[in-house]
Design a protein. Structure first.
Length: 124
């Protein structure tokens, strides 16, 4: 995160927009998930990690992928953020799933929140 920007521990269920009234936090967006090798059987959840930059507004800097089954330990998670037309706007990973599964945070190239229409997640 940028220096001087305080992190806020907020989880929002906002489909297409920045967290309101926070300098940084989490926002939701549409999801599409692909799971390889059958390690996760009940699906994944994603949330956008955002920061507020005065010059450009709310910006996505990472995607938190959660709900990863313990059997996926050692597998890799990658994400792609697409815009409304389906074009990839930013991507990140692979990040190794830790022992016990759970959640990972995948850093992505900075992207304006308004541009991020859908998160595509690959677990392989």
């Amino acid at each position: 995160m940028a220096a001087g920007v305080a992190a806020a521990a907020i989880v929002l269920a906002v489909p297409f927009g920045p967290p309101v009234g926070a300098g940084a936090g989490w926002a939701g967006t549409g999801e599409a998930t692909a799971v390889g090798r059958g390690c996760d059987h009940d699906g994944l959840s994603t949330a956008l990690a955002t920061i507020f930059e005065p010059a450009i507004g709310y910006t996505v800097v990472a995607v938190k992928v959660s709900g990863i089954d313990p059997g996926c330990a050692g597998h890799h998670v990658s994400v792609a953020l697409t815009d409304g037309s389906g074009a990839v706007s930013s991507q990140g990973g692979p990040v190794v799933v830790p022992a016990g599964g759970g959640a990972v945070q995948v850093p992505v190239g900075p992207l304006a929140v308004a541009t991020a229409a859908k998160v595509h997640t690959l677990l392989d």
